[in-house]
Design a protein around this ligand. Structure first.
Ligand SMILES: [Zn+2]
Ligand SMILES: [Zn+2]
Length: 238
């Protein structure tokens, strides 16, 4: 598939750049693009290559929204902010962690994940270049119905904690929901392998459903229909 075909196929005003196992999304804003999440530290070349494929120049990125502070979402934030001069959009609770460049992990959903996580923390995985918050940046504290509209995107920001306490999602008026880690598409489950608070996860899903989410675009895995979250919520199982 050539570049023109890719653009034609992605006719919903959004694009996806994959860095390893993370999806970074780009939404068309009034004066350029909003980038949702920035991928792992060390993924810079892969990101630039991905941008080229979809024919977006790095200078067209005008806003960078971080769905939460985990290193696989914030790894390139400091570098990209420097390269682009983009404005940052983050939840208030992310700030102290971003400024230190640290990842605060929740709990693993099962014993195996817990063992893997303790090995990871032994090797200090989770660090990234600290992100400096500037006066012009946008700090979200709860839901925000206006910010995206101000920059030319027909959607809202929802506060969706559960995977982390600082998680936010972008919900477009057509029902597309870019949710970071609050729901994922791993092999059999939309639950993330790391969870801060399971009740918050369910409440966040409920709020996405109530606000009209139709298709979930997770940071990890392929998009899926909202009915999967509805079914899982009803079972209330991890
Ligand atoms: Zn995460
Ligand atoms: Zn992640």
């Amino acid at each position: 598939m050539n570049n023109v075909d890719i653009r034609r196929k992605a006719r919903k005003d959004y694009f996806c750049v994959r860095i390893s196992v993370i999806n970074c999304f780009l939404l068309k804003a009034r004066d350029g693009y909003l980038l949702i999440d920035t991928g792992y530290p060390g993924g810079y070349r892969q990101f630039i290559k991905g941008l080229k494929k979809i024919e977006i120049d790095i200078s067209e990125i005008k806003y960078i929204l971080l769905t939460h502070h985990h290193f696989d979402h914030t790894g390139l934030a400091a570098q990209l902010l420097k390269d682009t001069g983009a404005k940052l959009i983050v939840h208030k609770a992310s700030i102290p962690l971003l400024e230190k460049g640290v990842t605060k992990m929740g709990r693993g959903v099962n014993l195996l994940i817990k063992i893997v996580m303790s090995a990871f923390s032994f090797f200090s995985v989770g660090a990234y270049s600290p992100v400096t918050i500037c006066e012009e940046d946008y700090i979200v504290d709860g839901d925000d119905a206006d910010l995206l509209k101000e920059i030319g995107i027909d959607g809202i920001i929802l506060y969706t904690p559960g995977h982390t306490e600082d998680s936010i999602s972008v919900l477009l008026s057509d029902g597309s929901a870019f949710v970071g880690g609050v729901a994922v598409n791993f092999i059999i489950t939309p639950y993330h392998i790391i969870i801060d608070d399971i009740d918050d996860v369910h409440n966040s899903w409920e709020r996405l459903i109530k606000h009209g989410a139709k298709t979930i675009y997770p940071a990890h895995g392929k998009p899926f229909g909202i009915e999967r979250l509805v079914a899982c919520k009803e079972k209330r199982r991890v």
